[in-house]
Write a protein that binds this ligand. Structure first.
Ligand code: HEM
Length: 496
């Protein structure tokens, strides 16, 4: 049955005007293309029930597909979606946990999704994290929040998008990058080999984010018991969070394995960060802080109390550890595999060609081939037409960018690692919604500028000191909340 409550629907840079509601399965809209053709065309729109879907069991829905002996593995969701889209087409529906998920691998649909996400986009939540934080700290933070609660925290992170704020941390990120170079010199074996580079880069990303939030270096590139605690807790937190999404939501009554992991790792990180934040807060009250624009803006923010600040410091701290380390590991891997691309990047370092456009293009290309978020999901704020189907407001739509960004219809030779496709002189014409590694719209990653600055600084330092080579075979990705490399990436760091 047609269930639209909104007569005017936005669609792909144009507008739909509802004109015919008699047919229950087929609704005809007149579409006015602003960009492509300046005339009215007619397009058929099918009802929600017509969206293709695999066979589903009563109650279970499609969960059986992901059972231990099922066709797919949850940690390989991108591959599952790719496979299902070949069978069912670019738009299909799955029923999981009693809820419908409309899935699309089409860039035009992704645009439609974001046009209809509303001013306070509603993203799938992390119920276990909300439960734990609400009961323990009385504040839930930005990542699991939605609506006004999310908006309140999101406003407080606006300084993260300011150029002068980000640039204030450049020198400290540079110091951490130099610490990483020394760390590699000490850690690599006599054949210059460093195995499982991702694990080592986690230490770098923890140090690099700590200089901003909480504003004190956590020395993870050195061995100490506290260091081990931070690293272990950061990894366990991601594992625990992911596990709680897979487990039945019974943690209000029984603490499941995933919930216990989440709780204990969260407590460790919160304690460490809270201690540092308190020290900084005292300094802030006595005199001004020395070049700490982010922490200062949080302390100055009258709408935040101490518990909100503690949670926000934690969100920023945890926000980019995995994703930044993954992107760095895979960029180093691709440079190590391709001498031509590595020497182009090295040339830029030697010539000191800031803002390092080629290295930035390498990062973009890594994020196209290996986006750390498999999909961007939103509950529609209003009815929309996704792939020719009418999808009512409130439905969860997931745009699988990790599948879209490897498709031939959007990128030439999509499996090739070609940074040149992002350079102005050699640029391909790219659909603006075909690769969205940082998401889009009001909920887009607030750490994106910081992350790119941090990655460019480290890659420059690594290339300045080392020639990279790798014998590792093909690397895929598995889900651990974010997607991370599925195998050990081993790289030789030959001194230049
Ligand atoms: C390569 C590195 C990174 C990648 C690929 C990445 C990717 C993403 C993506 C895809 C989202 C969801 C966006 C959406 O739903 O539209 C996100 C959200 C977020 N990211 Fe990042 N991120 C990275 C680094 C960072 C860093 C360094 C920080 C901390 C400064 C950070 C903090 C956050 C936060 C707090 C959110 C939640 C935003 C909200 O819900 O409003 N990220 N990130």
């Amino acid at each position: 049955m047609y269930r639209s409550r909104i007569p005017l629907l936005r669609y792909i840079g144009g507008k739909f005007y509802r004109s015919n509601l008699q047919d229950t399965n087929k609704v005809v809209f007149h579409k006015f293309h602003f960009q492509t053709q300046r005339r009215f065309t007619t397009k058929e729109v099918y009802s929600y029930e017509k969206i293709p879907s695999p066979f589903s069991w009563p109650i279970l829905g499609h969960a059986y597909l992901f059972f231990p002996n099922g066709k797919y593995k949850t940690e390989r969701l991108t591959e599952a979606v790719y496979d299902l889209s070949k069978e069912l087409g670019p738009v299909f529906k799955l029923r999981l946990g009693g809820e419908d998920y409309v899935i699309t691998t089409n860039a035009d649909d992704t645009r439609t999704l974001f046009l209809n996400e509303g001013r306070k986009p509603h993203r799938p939540s992390f119920p276990a994290l909300i439960h734990y934080r609400k009961n323990t700290f009385g504040s839930i933070g930005i990542v699991p929040g939605n609506g006004d609660e999310w908006y309140h925290f999101r406003q407080a992170l606006l300084p993260l998008l300011k150029k002068n704020v980000i640039e204030a941390y450049k020198d400290r990120q540079q110091d951490v990058a130099v610490r990483f170079i020394n760390y590699v010199q000490n850690k690599k074996d006599k054949n210059n080999l460093l195995t499982d580079v991702f694990q080592h880069l986690l230490r770098f990303t923890i140090e690099a984010i700590s200089v901003m939030s909480p504003g004190v270096l956590f020395p993870c590139l050195e061995e100490s018991s506290e260091t081990k605690e931070v690293i272990q807790a950061s990894i366990s937190f991601m594992d625990g969070l992911y596990q709680t999404l897979m487990e039945p939501p019974i943690w209000k009554f029984i603490k499941t394995k995933g919930y216990r992991k989440l709780e204990s790792s969260h407590a460790i990180i919160h304690r460490l960060l809270h201690n540092q934040t308190e020290i900084l807060m005292r300094k802030f009250k006595e005199s001004n802080l020395d070049n700490q624009p982010l922490m200062e803006s949080l302390f100055n923010n009258k709408s935040l109390d101490q518990k909100d600040i503690n949670i926000l410091v934690m969100e920023i701290f945890l926000g980019g550890i995995d994703a930044t380390a993954t992107t760095l590991a895979l960029t180093m891997y691709r440079l190590a595999k391709d001498e031509r691309i590595q020497s182009e990047a090295y040339k830029e370092v030697v010539e000191n060609k800031s803002p390092y456009k080629y290295i930035r293009a390498c990062i973009k290309e890594t994020l196209r081939l290996y986006p750390t978020a498999g999909a961007n999901g939103r509950y529609l704020a209003q009815d929309a037409i996704i792939g020719g189907y009418h999808v009512p407001a409130g439905t969860m739509v997931s745009s699988f960018s990790s599948v879209t960004s490897r498709q031939e219809k959007y990128f030439t030779s999509p499996e090739n690692y070609t940074p040149e496709r992002w350079l102005r002189e050699t640029r391909e014409s790219v659909h603006p919604f075909a690769s969205l590694p940082f998401g889009h719209g009001p909920r887009m990653c607030p750490g994106r500028y910081l992350a790119v600055q941090e990655m460019v600084i480290l890659l420059c330092e690594v290339l300045r000191y080392f020639k990279l080579k790798s014998n590792s075979g093909q690397i895929g990705m598995v889900y651990r909340m974010n997607r991370i490399p599925d195998k050990s990436i081993d790289i030789t760091f030959e001194d230049r």
